[in-house]
Design a binder for this molecule. Structure first.
Ligand code: ARG
Length: 464
């Protein structure tokens, strides 16, 4: 395709440089946004009398045709075009002749690309929020099924105190809830319209920036044209929100990998979400989790790419910024893929409650409660802690647990111990008594679940 900026050049662009310069292979995905932006732009040109109103209508109509033809496959993207903006304008000019050449009046590709990218990313954020919601819904459902499923809670991956599987899952709900808020915030911050910034200094034509901002669904027109064309905060911000959400998915994936190992066997993944080994017939591998964990790396990389791409750029537009798209598109694609695979994988997993309970019995996770028993009987916590530590050591020597150790052994260390110690350190009781806001007691977790259902998940009901 001939270049639209050829005027001042005496030679054709070198073929390799053309390819090097081109972004069509990755920016063509924004064609819907590009055409939508152009239609509103040309309507504004007509309304303002910058071009003839009738002509503006013909251009808008043809842009809509181009949109439909691209959607139906009647028109194919030309890979030799420089970018999607040039491509659409070139097709328009082929179809309308000189009239097509009027579209770019009072506009630059610099404000055009900034506009398209914001519009495209807005739709992506909406999709991501929908997917996070679905994941939260699955986690909440699983939590409801496991309100009383006692398991060990860990610190340093050592059994620490008793919790429930519901409590554990709801921790992730909180993380994904914050991810949703980050996505909403990102949307809000990017929802300002750069169109009309021109190349960098607006234009001398009497454009109406409030009109275009409003018709394209933005809160307002951006207040500085240099910022309008050179701001990529929204890419960095979204890449950051995505990377954090991926880190959350990665941590959950890591736990699932552990949980479905023979060493834990807390859960089993559905066959449809596991893979086998080409050599070891017994294997059932949690590849999905490993891939999510692995792919988190590239989203962190994309954030780094964007931050380092921007950090040295003088105002306003620089071609470096064309590099924004591959990075942010990759993050967007990756998170969508991961969210939509993780949710059904968790939904279909089998939970082995017995194994969780058994793990709970073996790890002295009621030792804190044993010490608390003595504190309630008047001992200072540090003394109670020391006595319980000695009891644990005796249990380890004898191959017992605190639940099986005879009362005589208890009494040897403190006369405060009575038979009711066994009741006090039963795992169910230890969990039930942790009833503070945020605690693992079924009552506390049930309240948390209700809150999530009435807030985060409520809108989804309305949408369906
Ligand atoms: N393909 C370019 C990009 O993605 C569009 C803007 C080009 N502007 C320019 N002054 N060369 O950034």
């Amino acid at each position: 395709m001939a270049k639209m900026w050829q005027g001042r050049f005496k030679k054709e662009l070198d073929e390799k440089v053309n390819d090097f310069n081109s972004s069509i292979s990755f920016d063509s995905r924004m064609y819907i946004n590009d055409i939508q932006g152009s239609i509103v732009h040309v309507n504004m040109l007509g309304k303002q009398g910058i071009i003839d109103e009738k002509e503006s209508k013909i251009i808008a109509k043809e842009l809509a045709n181009i949109h439909d033809d691209l959607l139906s496959g009647k028109l194919e993207i030309d890979p030799s075009a420089e970018d999607i903006h040039m491509f659409v304008e070139q097709v328009l000019t082929q179809r309308l002749g000189d009239l097509g050449k009027k579209l770019h009046t009072a506009r630059s590709r610099n404000d055009q690309v900034a506009l398209d990218l914001r519009m495209y990313l807005r739709t992506q954020i909406d999709e991501i929020i929908g997917l996070i919601k679905k994941l939260i819904a699955v986690l909440v459902k699983k939590a409801e099924e496991n309100l009383t499923t006692v398991m060990p809670g860990y610190t340093h991956l050592q059994r620490a105190q008793p919790i429930t599987f519901a409590h554990h899952l709801m921790a992730y709900v909180e993380m994904f809830k914050r991810d949703m808020v980050r996505m909403f915030n990102c949307f809000d911050l990017m929802n300002e319209c750069p169109l009309g910034s021109g190349a960098l200094a607006t234009t001398t034509y009497p454009i109406d920036r409030e009109y275009t901002a409003e018709y394209l669904g933005f809160n307002n027109a951006m207040l500085n044209s240099l910022d309008g064309v050179s701001d990529r905060d929204y890419c960095m911000e979204l890449a950051n929100a995505i990377a954090i959400c991926m880190v959350h998915m990665s941590r959950l994936s890591e736990e699932v990998v552990l949980w479905c190992s023979w060493e834990f066997k807390f859960i089993e993944l559905d066959d449809a979400y596991s893979t086998g080994s080409s050599i070891m017939p017994q294997k059932k591998n949690p590849d999905i989790c490993e891939l999510i964990r692995g792919k988190t790396g590239r989203t962190i990389g994309n954030l780094t790419t964007l931050l380092s791409m921007m950090k040295g750029l003088p105002l306003a537009y620089n071609k470096d910024m064309q590099e924004d798209k591959e990075a942010i598109f990759d993050s967007v694609d990756t998170i969508k893929l991961c969210l939509s695979t993780l949710a059904p994988m968790l939904d279909t997993m089998k939970v082995y409650k017995e194994n969780m309970a058994n793990a709970g019995k073996k790890g002295f996770i009621n030792a804190t409660d044993c010490a608390d028993y003595l504190v309630k009987k008047g001992l200072p916590f540090r003394d109670a802690y020391k006595i319980t530590g000695s009891l644990v050591a005796i249990c380890i020597d004898r191959g017992e647990t605190l639940d099986t150790l005879p009362i005589e052994e208890y009494k040897k260390l403190s006369d405060k111990f009575e038979k009711d110690i066994y009741e006090a350190i039963s795992l169910e009781k230890c969990v039930n008594e942790r009833n503070a806001i945020g605690g693992p007691a079924p009552q506390a977790v049930a309240k948390h679940i209700e809150k999530i259902k009435n807030t985060v998940l409520k809108e989804e009901d309305n949408e369906d």
